[in-house]
Design a protein. Sequence first.
Length: 133
Amino acid sequence: MAKLEHINPKGMHKNPAFSQGIVIPAGASTLIIGGQNAVDEKGEVVGKGDTAAQTTKAVDNLIAVLEAAGGKLEDLVRVGLLLRDDADLKAGFGAWMARAGKLKNPPTVTTAIVSQLANPDYLIEIEATAVLS
């Protein structure tokens, strides 16, 4: 894999859930992952009304895209989390950390609270960028 440089400047909060910045070297193979949500292979929403269940399924879908491209969670450099304003942020964060919280070099993470997503049953959507080896 291309050598990434994780930036966590002195004097800034260091959190095991995210990095403050990441330098991607020239020529790196980059995978852009579109918004993943809690939809199964039949197109049905998994875990209606349950933020933790929806987050788990969205992360599973994200991992499936990563693996299909030859990657893994450790290859993530940027994650965007969109949560509906009535979603349980703590439950979603817990589900995310259960799957991705033990990364030695975590990705950068941005979370946005929104009034709605594309489907009224969606509570969360996760988009990401990975650098593949």
